[in-house]
Design a protein around this ligand. Structure first.
Ligand code: SAH
Ligand code: SF4
Ligand code: F3S
Length: 449
């Protein structure tokens, strides 16, 4: 603040912003919207905090450890701010929405706090902070979808991109903070979605992932999610289409049929179960039972035998017994998940679970159950990958392998990573690959000529 040169720069919109992102794919895509808003207003993107006039941290609040990471990161920025007192620090995203100005009270280096629906006001708030007044905008909106903003694709590989189709969530799962940090559900105009997808395809992108907390409840006028998906798939047979996340309660037969009709809609469904126990699902307010969930899995298997299925699981939610936990393990075996994100329950202030239930599963028990879940998933992932050895797949190349510059990697329609010899392949190429070996995380392949 006492650097008059920067004060001027930021006021006239010539400062540089550095942007760091935590949390889910929606947050990553939001950062691309933030970059677009900032650049449009005259700010330049900085690749490191050292070059920046303003550091923006796009935060996650889903579990306590996500927030602890941000506090740790802020402590690291204290030193930088001491050396360069004119540096501005902005906390944006879900933790900003949850904690509001309490963030500034607890960490004095924070100058700007902006929630997920306030990004259009960021440039103005940065200028306000540069003139010495701390700036906060945590208003949630019923309409904001950033529909016409073209996200700036930061750190993308030029092949795969995220496209948000809706914001917010109305589901009120008892454990979850998202409805409070992102507000009510609203869908984005399909014409703006299609325009963005066509533009990505013309710029060489070959895969889009349509994002929302529950894409199955997308609705804009007459257009539902299955119809939107078909229209996106129609853009080009060379464009792969993925989507995340599907809520099991709303996974319709119409959607499964639409996937079956379009070969370029990927054979991969992420269907978070959270638990295998109907008693837990009821307490979690998930609005489906184990039987309903398994019926949806059967419907997928019938119509899409090649489809991979992944999930999210929570260990140790309120009152969870050994029997409930065993139900989760048996569900995992029964479905044979290809992949899972697995978490220990973390109580979040303000949620229904925090207000009305005791977080009564001991930490050691949560840890032991999570370990069992992870070990079982490793087995299931390895078994699934072993079944792929000897089969062939079309792989979309994304880039050079991290392990060796002689190899490239890409993904199958089922969303499995395949590593193969580099040859002359470029990101964006489709290659037919025979799978020759695997680990629990990766398939190893050789091109079929
Ligand atoms: N909208 C998505 C999930 C978004 S959050 C869906 O409903 O599928 C991603 C995952 O984080 C959730 O699926 C859940 O497994 C996990 N999660 C959410 N709140 C949590 C909490 N309080 N403790 C532990 N895990 C949580
Ligand atoms: Fe959270 Fe449930 Fe909404 Fe997913 S559907 S974001 S878990 S409230
Ligand atoms: Fe995503 Fe975390 Fe917010 S998971 S929606 S960034 S709380």
């Amino acid at each position: 603040m006492n650097d008059p040169k920067f004060r001027l720069a930021a006021r006239s919109g010539e400062g540089k912003f550095y942007l760091e992102t935590y949390g889910c794919q929606m947050n990553q895509n939001d950062s691309e919207v933030v970059a677009a808003v900032m650049q449009e207003s005259g700010f330049e993107y900085a690749a490191s905090p050292d070059e920046a006039d303003v550091v923006l941290i796009n935060t996650c609040a889903i579990r306590d450890n996500a927030e602890q990471r941000i506090w740790g990161r802020l402590a690291e920025f204290r030193g930088l701010k001491r050396r360069r007192p004119g540096l501005l620090v902005g906390i944006i995203g879900c933790m900003a929405e949850r904690l509001k100005d309490r963030l500034i009270e607890r960490e004095h280096i924070v100058d700007i706090v902006v929630g997920p629906d306030g990004y259009r006001s960021l440039p103005e708030l940065v200028r306000q902070a540069a003139s010495g007044t701390k700036a906060v905008n945590v208003l949630l909106s019923r309409e904001e979808t950033y529909a016409e903003i073209s996200p700036v694709r930061l750190d993308r590989n030029g092949v795969t991109a995220f496209v948000s189709i809706m914001r917010g969530c109305n589901n009120m799962c008892a454990y979850c903070v998202v409805p409070y940090t992102r507000g009510v559900e609203r869908s984005r105009d399909p014409e703006t979605i299609l325009a963005e997808v066509r533009d990505l395809f013309e710029r060489g992108y070959r895969e889009v992932t349509l994002l929302g907390q529950n894409v199955n409840s997308y609705r804009y006028g007459e257009v539902n999610f299955a119809q939107l998906l078909a229209r996106v798939a129609e853009v080009s047979p060379l464009l792969r289409v993925r989507f995340s996340t599907s809520h099991p309660k709303d996974l319709s037969d119409e959607l499964i049929d639409t996937i079956a009709e379009w070969p370029n809609i990927c054979r991969a469904i992420h269907l978070p179960a959270q638990s295998g126990s109907s008693r837990m699902l009821e307490l979690m307010n998930r609005k489906y039972t184990r039987e309903w969930y398994l019926d949806r899995i059967a419907a997928i298997r019938r119509r899409l035998p090649e489809c991979s299925i992944s999930t999210d699981l929570i260990a140790g939610f309120c009152t969870e017994t050994d029997e409930d936990h065993v139900s989760t393990l048996s569900l995992m075996r029964e479905v044979g998940y290809e992949f899972a994100y697995m978490f220990k329950y973390s109580e979040r202030p303000g949620t229904k679970a925090q207000r009305t239930m005791a977080d009564d599963v001991a930490e050691e028990v949560k840890t032991a159950r999570l370990t069992e879940i992870i070990n079982l998933q490793n087995e299931l992932s390895l078994a699934s990958n072993r079944r792929d050895v000897g089969r062939h797949f079309e792989v979309l190349i994304e880039g050079t392998s991290k392990r060796s510059t002689d190899e490239v990697y890409g993904r199958t329609s089922q969303n499995k990573v395949v590593v193969l010899p580099k040859m002359n392949y470029l990101p964006g190429d489709y290659v037919h690959v025979l799978i020759t070996d695997c680990s629990s995380a990766t398939l190893i392949g050789t091109p079929l000529c």
